[in-house]
Design a protein around this ligand. Sequence first.
Ligand SMILES: NC(=O)c1ccc[n+]([C@@H]2O[C@H](COP(=O)([O-])OP(=O)(O)OC[C@H]3O[C@@H](n4cnc5c(N)ncnc54)[C@H](O)[C@@H]3O)[C@@H](O)[C@H]2O)c1
Length: 275
Amino acid sequence: MVEKLRTIVISTFLLNTSELWKRLRVRKVGIIGCGAIGTVITKAVERGTVECDELILYDYNMEKAEKLKKSLHFPVTVVKSLEEMIKSRPLVIVEAASQQAVKDYVNKILAENIELIVMSVGALLDLDVKSKKIHVPSGAIGGLDAISSVALAGVDEIVLTSRKNPKALEMDNQEEKIVYEGAAEEAVRLFPRGMNVAATLALTTQPEKVKIISDPKVHRNVHEIRIKWKHGDTFLKFANDPHPENPKTSALAAWSAINLLKETSEKVSNKSMTT
Ligand SMILES: NC(=O)c1ccc[n+]([C@@H]2O[C@H](COP(=O)([O-])OP(=O)(O)OC[C@H]3O[C@@H](n4cnc5c(N)ncnc54)[C@H](O)[C@@H]3O)[C@@H](O)[C@H]2O)c1
C-alpha cells in the first residue's frame, strides 16, 4: 500500500515538473532574411502552423526586420547580428537570405549545434559541409524521394526544363527565348537567385541537362523534370505562382520551408523534453 502510494506521489511529481518545464520553455525559431520567404514563414508561425513561442529575426537590412516585426501579432525579437541570434538559443534557424549568407554563417551555426534549414541551396554545391543538422527543403519542386530511388537503380537521362516569365529572370524579351542550356552547377552560378531548383536536383542526383526558357506567355514558374531510367520513364511538372514581391521565388518554396520547419521544430522540441 505504502509502495503504491509512493509510486503515485513520484509519478504526480514527475508529471507536474514535465508540465511545468513545458510551460517555462520558450521555443524560439530564428529567421535570417526578412524578404519574400522570411515573410511567408513568419506569417505561418503567427497562425500557429509551427510550434514556436518567439521569433528571432535578423536581416542585414534592419529596416526590413523591423517592418516585418511591426506587421506581426506575435512575440518577435529583432537582432543586429547572427551572433546575437545564436546567443538567444533558437531551436532552429531558417536561412532565407542569400548564398553568401550560407557561406558566412553555416559553420558558426553548426558549431553551436543548432538545426539549420537552408533555402539558398546553391551555396551547398560549393561548400564542403556535411552535417545532420543541415536540412534542405524540396523547394519549388518535389518528388525527390522518387528521383533518388531511380538514381540508385541507374538513370539514362535527366532533363530539367525551367520556364519563367522574363521578369523572374530579370529580362525583358518579348518572344520566347532559351537563355541557358547546360550543366546544373553552371546554371546555379549564372542564376544564383533563380535556379535553386537545379541546385536541389544536383544535391539529389546529377541532371544531364538544364534548360532555362524566358517566356512572356507564362505567368508561373514552371519546372519540368523528365527522367528516363532502367525501369521506366518519370515526368514531374510544377507550375508555381511566383511571390508577388519577388517573382524569382515560388510560393511552393516558402511552403516547403514551412513544412520542414514544422517537422524539425517538433522533433527538436520533443528531443529537448526527453534529454
Ligand atoms: N530552395 C528553393 O527552392 C528556393 C526558392 C526560392 C528562393 N530561394 C532562395 O532563398 C533565399 C531567399 O529568397 P527570397 O525570395 O526571400 O529573397 P528576398 O530577396 O525577397 O529576401 C532576402 C532577404 O535577405 C536579406 N539578406 C540577404 N543577404 C543577407 C545576409 N548575408 N545576412 C542577412 N540578411 C541578408 C535581404 O536584405 C532580404 O531582405 C534566396 O537566396 C533565394 O535564392 C530558394
